[in-house]
Ligand binder design. Sequence first.
Ligand code: TYC
Length: 124
Amino acid sequence: MTYPEPSCETLARTLSAADDHGEGSGEGQVGIATKTRAKPKKPSQFKVLMLNDDYTPMEFVVMVLKRFFHMDLEQATRVMLHVHQKGVGVCGIFPYEIAETKVNQVMDFARQNQHPLQCTLEKA
Ligand code: TYC
């Protein structure tokens, strides 16, 4: 006689029941969290924003946009001029860790070149 493999949920309930020493349900229960989402959430997206300042040369901002955001000269110039005129502009939208890396790369590169260029994150 063979038995079917118990499902993950069945095992979780068994373990949870074994750990529950009759203190009632709810708080203090010990068990293994095995719940998985049927529909995994998409990683949330973040805008990388570039801020205007009075000192960073336009050519440097264009170089940054080409180097770290893979824009061509025309697109990089358009975004740079938008930031120059409006004060802020979007360089791209990425998952959190990638957006954070881009911000750090831009800030490090600006600092190395002694420009006050600022870059930040905002939830998309
Ligand atoms: N305002 C700068 C200048 O006139 C150019 C500039 C554009 C600086 C965009 C920062 O994010 C920026 N030299």
